[in-house]
Design a protein around this ligand. Structure first.
Ligand code: ZN
Length: 286
């Protein structure tokens, strides 16, 4: 059975890291995925030692930091900012034993000017530079494709082509149900078969409202099991690869941001556990 994680995006408007730590512990999550902006806020009134101290005593552990974004086709300034943020994030990750960091391709109309080959070359170059930093701190990079038409890296196949060519133990893939659904409604789920098992690092679980794909945006994410994404097929594909590390609930839904953090964190755990239980009860005789 996959372990359950909480991605801080889910309750980010009304919560903060100190609150998320206490509530993920209270509701029995295995992992938390810390957001870098919320980490920066936390450090205004807490220390890294406090954070490390929490994790040394708690059953909740840090899993992946979110995220290093807009890594493609950077200006010189953007490029140095990305590397600087990576250095800072990894230095903290090392101190709290956080193993992964999410790397997000650029989402911007400008990506349409570039060919698949140019995008691949640029992504490989950037992932190598970021991995040079990550490896110094023992942090692995999970590259997350996003199916939006204006994202540089949209599909499992395109992401895998890049990660395979980077060919470093520290660079793998993050799979996000909603982000994959944005690309042809997840009809390419079988492409996961070609991905090396040890390259699957993170699974973000979520669901989607029933809308035409081109109208969907992250605000249309729903609790796992409440929408139209064929989560069972995706979980099956992951399970067939031997992946059972984590299913981390990650929503960006304004309506859920209005909930009290406790309500959101409790509901996220129940909905995720129920989506996983439904899958395991229906498919396993082991
Ligand atoms: Zn995600």
């Amino acid at each position: 059975m996959m372990k359950i994680g909480f991605n801080e995006a889910t309750a980010m408007r009304k919560s903060d890291l100190a609150t998320d730590l206490l509530l993920t512990e209270k509701y029995g999550y295995d992992y938390i995925e810390i957001r870098l902006d919320m980490l920066k806020d936390y450090l205004k009134s807490h220390t890294i030692e406090e954070l490390a101290g929490f994790f040394s005593k708690s059953k909740v552990k840090p899993y992946a930091l979110n995220s290093i974004e807009n890594i493609n086709f950077c200006s010189e300034k953007e490029h140095s900012d990305v590397l600087e943020l990576m250095e800072w994030a990894c230095s903290i990750a090392q101190k709290i034993n956080n193993p992964y960091i999410i790397i997000v391709p650029t989402i911007d109309e400008k990506v349409k000017k570039y060919s698949i080959k140019e995008t691949e070359e640029d992504s490989i170059k950037m992932l190598n530079e970021l991995a040079d930093i990550g490896e110094r701190y023992g942090v692995k990079l999970a590259f997350e494709p996003i199916g939006s038409h204006h994202c540089a890296v949209k599909s499992i196949a395109q992401c895998w082509d890049i990660v395979k060519k980077v060919d470093r133990d520290s660079v793998g893939i993050a799979v996000d149900a909603f982000n994959l659904y944005l690309y042809k409604a997840l009809q390419d789920v079988d492409d996961l078969e070609m991905v090396d098992s040890e390259k699957l690092f993170v699974f973000h679980i979520d669901d989607s409202e029933k809308l035409p794909i081109e109208k969907l945006d992250h605000c249309n994410r729903l609790w796992p099991g409440d929408g139209v994404i064929p989560l069972d097929r995706l979980i099956l594909a992951l399970k067939q690869k031997g992946f059972d590390s984590i299913a981390s609930v990650e929503l960006f839904r304004p309506e859920y941001w209005e909930l009290a953090p406790e309500e959101a964190i409790k509901t996220g755990k129940e909905k995720t556990a129920s989506a996983l239980n439904k899958f395991y009860n229906s498919t396993t005789t082991e």
